[in-house]
Design a protein around this ligand. Structure first.
Ligand code: ADP
Length: 399
């Protein structure tokens, strides 16, 4: 492998890792999971494409990283890029310094499940590799170009000025990557407007104008917006008080319900997994059929709403596990946007192979693309560019 960047995404009991080469096509990747339990293990793919499975009973984040990094040491990563969900108002990827780490800590109330886990990973890699440059790449940063009329909530101003209550948006690396790739493929590099739909377990939409996010469906937290696997997306904010008053639930139980028991799972009472729901719907399950219908209708409604941020539309891009793989969901969603002039090439849509990018419109009206997302590749690219800039500044100072 040529020059490599190690990309790390630490969750509360897992670490996703990828060693990405400069040319981005060679990858070693995998997942350390069940950390802290007797079932802790590493599952991955080696550079030769072989499967790797390693039990590391009771290993914590630092121990798992030691094992992982020991195995990857031969490839001499030049830098480590950490995915960090919430960067508060940080607008770009940053070299990790005590000040930036402090800002990640300060954004913890906005991402209480994610940021503490990222910090555990950051502290572990800093202890293990004190000499390696480390960079934080934030899910929120791409959306910091949203205008105030898109990011402010219509609630009392002090909640914004004193408590940072505003819309931030997430999945930034994915929306940034697919929109940039889309405009590259369309030959309109970073010019004009794109709508992007990242549809995985978590889903969000974004409007991008001349390469900058101008609006997105997720808000202060990833709960706002479209219907997701287990998250409700938008509901009437009075739902909380209705449930509290009528069912006697406390705020934590309501929050858990909206985050973990709602969305496709809540509607279908069957599964959060779109593949399972499509199969069940084909077999006649009406709840699964309705869940899919609500998902596609609300998705189309979100895309139509976001289009208000764009002066014109080059096209629509689907990505994420559902967006990349389900011709059925793409067709149904586009059918709910009849007045945009989209003209889906049904044959092209149906024959697009898994994991491949391709254009699926019939060349009249706005374009429609399927583009597999590459969050690790994007994080590696941003990490390399932050490190390069820091090195240039260093050279200039020394010259
Ligand atoms: P995550 O957000 O966890 O990274 P993914 O982007 O992998 O998740 O997306 C997972 C979702 O993609 C699941 O709902 C899964 O059912 C769906 N999916 C994967 N393949 C297909 C398919 N062929 N048809 C429909 N949905 C699919």
């Amino acid at each position: 492998m040529s020059k490599t960047i190690l990309v790390i995404n630490c969750g509360s009991s897992s670490i996703k890792y990828a060693l990405v080469s400069e040319r981005r096509e060679d990858r070693i990747y995998g997942l350390a999971e069940n950390l802290g339990s007797e079932h802790a293990r590493i599952k991955g793919i080696t550079v030769g494409g072989e499967a790797l499975e390693l039990n590391i009973p009771h290993a914590d984040h630092q121990q798992a990283l030691e094992v992982l990094l020991g195995r990857l040491a031969n490839y001499h990563p030049e830098a480590i890029g950490h995915r960090v969900v919430h960067g508060g108002t940080l607008t770009k990827a940053e070299l990790l310094t005590p000040e930036i780490i402090q800002q990640i800590k300060a954004a913890t109330p906005l991402a209480p499940l994610h940021n503490p886990a990222h910090l555990v990973g950051i502290e572990a890699t800093m202890r293990l590799f004190p000499d390696l440059p480390q960079v934080a790449v934030f899910d929120t940063a791409f959306h910091q170009t949203m205008p105030a009329h898109a990011y402010r909530y219509a609630v009392p101003k002090f909640l914004y000025t004193e408590h940072n209550v505003r819309r931030y948006g997430f999945h930034g690396t994915s929306h940034a990557y697919v929109s940039e790739r889309g405009s590259e493929l369309a030959g309109s590099f970073k010019q004009g407007g794109w709508l992007t739909a990242h549809l995985g377990n978590g889903s969000s939409t974004c409007a991008i104008w001349n390469g900058h996010s101008v609006d997105t469906s997720m808000g202060m937290t990833p709960l706002e917006g479209v219907v997701m696997g287990t998250r409700s997306g938008d509901v009437d904010p009075s739902l909380h008080s209705f449930i509290a008053n009528n069912l006697g639930w406390d705020i934590y139980k309501i929050d858990r319900m909206l985050n973990s028991q709602s969305g496709l799972l809540g509607l279908s009472e069957l599964s959060n997994d779109m593949r399972t729901l499509i199969e069940a719907s084909e077999a006649g399950n009406e709840d699964a059929t309705l869940a899919i219908e609500v998902f596609c209708y609300r998705l189309a409604k979100s895309l139509a709403g976001l289009s208000c941020g764009l002066a014109s539309i080059n096209g629509l891009i689907f990505t994420g596990g559902i967006g990349e793989n389900s011709a059925y969901i793409r067709e149904k969603t586009v059918s709910y946007l009849p007045h945009f002039g989209f003209n889906l090439d049904k044959n092209g849509n149906n024959t697009l192979k898994r994991g491949t990018e391709g254009r699926i419109d019939a060349s009249t009206g706005p374009q429609i693309w399927v583009i597999p997302t590459d969050e690790e590749g994007r994080i590696a690219q941003e990490t390399a560019s932050v490190v390069e800039q820091a090195q240039q500044v260093q050279h200039t100072k020394m010259a």
